[in-house]
Design a protein around this ligand. Sequence first.
Ligand SMILES: [Zn+2]
Length: 293
Amino acid sequence: MPAASYEFRLGSFRCVVVSDGTYTYANPALTFFLDAPEERLREKLLANGVRLDRWTEFVSDYSCLLVDTGSRRVLIDTGGGALSSTTGKLRANLRSLGLPPEDIDTVILTHAHSDHVGGNLGPDGRPAFPAARYKIARSEWEFWTAEPDLSRLRIPAHLQKVLASVGRSHLLPLRGQVDLIEPGEEIEPGVRSVDSSGHTPGHLAVDVSSQGEHLLYVSDAILHPLHIEEPDWSAAVDVSPTEAAEARRRLLRRASSQHALVHGFHFPFPGLGHVGPVGEAWRWTPWAVRTGP
Ligand SMILES: [Zn+2]
C-alpha cells in the first residue's frame, strides 16, 4: 500500500504528490525497454537488484501532482480511474488533504493514455472536477478525438483498440471545460507546458517554478528511472521511438541545467529526484524523502 500523499514546498508554492494507487505490468522488459540490447539491460537491472529472467511483473506507482500557487489549485493528470481495482484513489486522497473536487481550478492532462486520463470523469460520466478548466495540447486532443491510428505502436492490436477507445471516451465529455493549448504556453503563473511529443503526438511535460526553484513533471516522456541512464531505450507504447528519445534528452538537459526537482509518474512513490550529467547520459538521484515527523 503506497503512501497516499507527499507534501513539500517549491519556492512559495505548496506541492503535493498524490497517489492514485498502483498498477502491475506483465512483461515489463518488453513494455518499458523494447529497444534495449538484452545483455546491457540484464547488467543495468542487476545493478538495481533485479534479475531479468525473473522480472515477470513490475508494480508501478501512479503519482499525480497538486500545485497550490496560493491563488490557484492545479492538478496534473487524473490517474487510472477504473483501469484496475488498485487504481482510482486520487479523488479520495485529495479529499483527505481537505481538497474536494470542486476546489480544483485547473487540470493539466499531459497525454491521453488511460493511466493519465482515467480519473477525468466521475461515476456519472461528467467531468470529475466540475469547476476546473482542463488543459491538453491541441495536437493530443485532435489525435485522440478523431479515429486514432495506433498501428505504429509495438503492442498487440487488441491493446491498441483499448487505448484508442479509453482515450477518446475520457476526453469527449470534457468538451465544455477544455482549453486546447500549445507547448511552451504559460498555463497559470509559474506553471508552463513543455513540448515532449514522441510518447504520444502531443505529450506535454510541465515546468513548475517559484522564486527561482524549478520542478519538471516529465510524465511518460521518462517512464522508468533507467531511461535517465539509457535515454535511447524506447517503450512499446511510444508512438515515435525516435522523437521520444529526443524528448527525453531535451528534458534531461533542461532539468540538469536548471537543477530542477524531477517528478516521474511511474517512478517509485513519490517519484521525486534530481538528474546530473554522466558522459552522454544522466544519473538519477532520488530525493531524500522525510518518512517520519
Ligand atoms: Zn503514457
